[in-house]
Design a protein around this ligand. Structure first.
Ligand SMILES: C[S@@+](CC[C@H](N)C(=O)[O-])C[C@H]1O[C@@H](n2cnc3c(N)ncnc32)[C@H](O)[C@@H]1O
Length: 248
């Protein structure tokens, strides 16, 4: 297996990684249901699929549920802090510290997934092509790639503000986000106030540049990687899902 050392931070480190699960599950993200739907999608395209790789698996919540649907699951994640949480959550599951742009594992899988718009961290078409071609290179014949994209330029709402208050594990966390156009990408700034009785209030921020690839740009990347591709609107976050299938 090769791993990349070119970029070892992803913006999902330290306190941000520690808050990730509290915020997203506190906001109602249903990883168990998403895993069940992913398993149904994969087996509809590739009946008998038994193994799955989750790329940019984050804190490994999808993996923990997908392990009930597949006999073998593995993960790839670049942020060491997200990876550490994923490994703690999934003891015995191989979760590789690697970059989706250039990873090369020994194993091949019946499905490779990349969820919650992690693919938007690719900085342009060359990186998008590289990632999708790495996903395809890790497939068994007839295997399936599922990618949840970021918004397309035509579906993104510049100036969008998100807000949530979550109470979990003795903490009250308020999260506000603001998204704007920056070149061909979304600049999303997120601020967190985390209040804990007797310990005061902590202020954390994160900022990500997430590329607004067109639907056609994703589809071209799939085709260049030798995959048949379809786009289904909706999906877990309203941003749709791309499904690619390798030849048998
Ligand atoms: C929005 S989170 C999604 C995590 C997880 N898939 C989920 O559904 O909760 C994006 C993840 O992509 C990871 N990431 C960003 N760039 C990456 C890269 N080049 N290779 C691998 N992982 C990357 C981040 O560290 C982060 O964990």
């Amino acid at each position: 297996m090769t791993t990349s050392t070119a970029q070892t931070t992803t913006g999902y480190e330290g306190g941000i990684a520690a808050l990730y699960d509290l915020i997203h599950q506190g906001k109602g993200k249903d990883y168990a249901e998403e895993a069940a739907q992913l398993a149904a999608l994969v087996t509809a395209r590739n009946p008998g699929a038994r193994t799955l790789l989750d790329v940019a698996c984050g804190t490994g919540v999808h993996l923990s549920h997908l392990a009930r649907h597949f006999s073998g699951v593995e993960g790839v994640e670049l942020s060491e802090d997200m990876l550490a949480i994923a490994r703690r959550r999934n003891p015995g599951t191989a979760i590789h510290h690697a970059d989706m742009r250039d990873f090369a594992l020994d194993g091949r899988f019946d499905a490779v997934i990349c969820m919650f718009s992690s693919i938007g961290h690719m900085a342009g078409q060359t990186e998008l092509d590289a990632a999708i071609s790495r996903f395809a290179a890790h497939l068994n014949p007839g295997g399936v790639v599922v990618v949840e994209p970021w918004w397309f330029p035509r579906t993104f709402t510049p100036g969008y503000v998100g807000a949530a208050v979550v109470e979990a594990e003795g903490r009250t966390i308020s999260r506000v986000s603001h998204s704007r156009l920056e070149g061909d990408a979304t600049r999303i700034d997120v601020h967190y106030l985390v209040a804990q009785p007797g310990r005061g209030i902590e202020h954390l921020t994160e900022s990500h540049l997430i590329t607004l690839f067109t639907q056609e740009a994703y589809e071209e990347a799939f085709r260049r990687a030798g995959l048949d591709v379809t786009f289904t609107p909706g999906g877990p976050s309203g941003r749709g899902l791309f499904t690619g299938t390798a030849p048998r």
